[in-house]
Write a protein that binds this ligand. Structure first.
Ligand SMILES: CC(C)(COP(=O)(O)OP(=O)(O)OC[C@H]1O[C@@H](n2cnc3c(N)ncnc32)[C@H](O)[C@@H]1OP(=O)(O)O)[C@@H](O)C(=O)NCCC(=O)NCCS
Length: 168
């Protein structure tokens, strides 16, 4: 079995990313979202998992804000994330998330938001409790936040403003 490596997306990757994301979600919508996020230059970071030259997973981070009146607090949206069905449940998703969060921390980001499986993301430190004071159109248990800098969410409230590509 070959080792999975995580690296930043490269110029030749978009076609393989589209294929694996479409296979993981069983539809093209999330792959379209990725292209739209790149087109509006909202992408902060995009990482792929690669095994013997084949892409097996992908995660994307985009700029978003928490808005409270005139105050706009920058945050990062983790979405979408996908692991090819043939490679799921082998830790690839976990490697992608941890790599991405380390990169964001090193690059000065302090808040990450995810809409996802309530049983999956808490293992990385995300919690719906941390996102309690943030208004979103999503069901509470699936809407989670993570502080990359301790205390970053203290006193933060307001409404989420995602990149336009999310069409929210
Ligand atoms: C969710 C996903 C990215 C996880 O990637 P992965 O490489 O399979 O995950 P890992 O191997 O790191 O972790 C496996 C864990 O994820 C959990 N998991 C996987 N898919 C899950 C799901 N749909 N709901 C809840 N938990 C899930 C498994 O139960 C497993 O938990 P365990 O370790 O306690 O057994 C992948 O399953 C996927 O691409 N799914 C389809 C697309 C999708 O739903 N994307 C995420 C949107 S939030």
């Amino acid at each position: 079995m070959s080792v999975t490596g995580i690296r930043a997306e490269q110029p030749g990757d978009p076609g393989s990313i589209r294929s694996l994301v479409t296979a993981a979600f069983g539809r093209p919508d999330e792959a379209d979202l990725i292209e739209a996020l790149h087109a509006e230059q909202a992408v902060l970071a995009s990482f792929v998992a690669s095994q013997a030259g084949t892409l097996t997973g992908h995660v994307l981070f985009s700029r978003m804000f928490i808005e409270d009146g005139a105050i706009r607090i920058p945050a990062v949206a983790l979405a979408p994330m996908a692991v090819h069905p043939a490679h799921q449940r082998k830790g690839v998703g976990g490697q992608l998330v941890r790599h991405g969060l380390d990169w964001l921390r090193e690059h000065g980001e302090s808040i990450v938001i995810v809409l996802g499986h309530p049983s999956y993301y808490p293992r990385f430190g995300f919690s719906s409790l941390a996102a309690e004071a943030i208004e979103s159109p999503f069901r509470k248990e699936a809407f989670m936040a993570l502080e990359l800098v301790p205390g970053a969410l203290r006193g933060v409230s307001g409404r989420v403003r995602y990149a336009r590509a999310f069409r929210l």
